[in-house]
Design a protein around this ligand. Sequence first.
Ligand SMILES: [Zn+2]
Length: 273
Amino acid sequence: MKEFFQENKKIAKIITEVAGLANYLWQKGWAERNAGNISVNLSELMTDIEFELDHYPMFQLERSYDALANLYFFVTGTGKRMRDLAISPMKNACIIKMNKKGNAYHIITMKKKNLYNFRPTSELPTHLAVHDLLVKSGSKNKAVVHTHPNELVAMTQIPKFQSAEMLNKTLWGMHPEAFVFVPRGVFMVPYILPGSHKIADATIEGFKNGHEVVIWEKHGAFAIGETVSDAFDMIDILTKSAQIWFMAMQTGNEPEGLNDAQLLELKEAFLKK
Ligand SMILES: [Zn+2]
């Protein structure tokens, strides 16, 4: 018998897309061991399915996410490898349904007796806080991706790039597409303990202010998008810029970057808003 996430073609397609992305992240060297986590809001695709929630394990959350009451999310598992998720997505990820108060969730892709030690990502506080914000603001963005892009993380080890202003100007200056596709630039979160509510709170400040990519200093990137591919694209473009910066620096020269007039010209040509 097929599971609901196989029967529902739209959900099956999203799971296939996540598996494809997990493979890219591993191939790019951004997903060592269990690094990275992904979540997607599936609620709009789940409307006609009823679950006997008593059959599924329930886990209490430390906080309430009012806007997420009764919603459904695909979430990658804690301690799971992206390279394994690429091959067997539903052994390394799950679908959760939030309870009606938004302060607990059921894992609905695993029966109580089959639970083993599976749990959603340790960064669930940040994923849920971001989805809560996206739902409240009526955003079209359904996907949240966290990964460890090497060159972007390396730049945050350099004190002058720990300021968003310097980092954005440098990333935009390395390639025009960085400005065209990430015109609001990144939001910088100073180093904070991963997996904490504190890092979740700091991260949503960036998304509240209209950024689509948040960089965690000395750790990684968080991006939102309509699909996981959209979120990945922004991190990919910015990492290309970071790579160009390092390649130019390796020649012993500081790269010139696009100047203010060239950035303004791009803004006028591509950003009509
Ligand atoms: Zn991480």
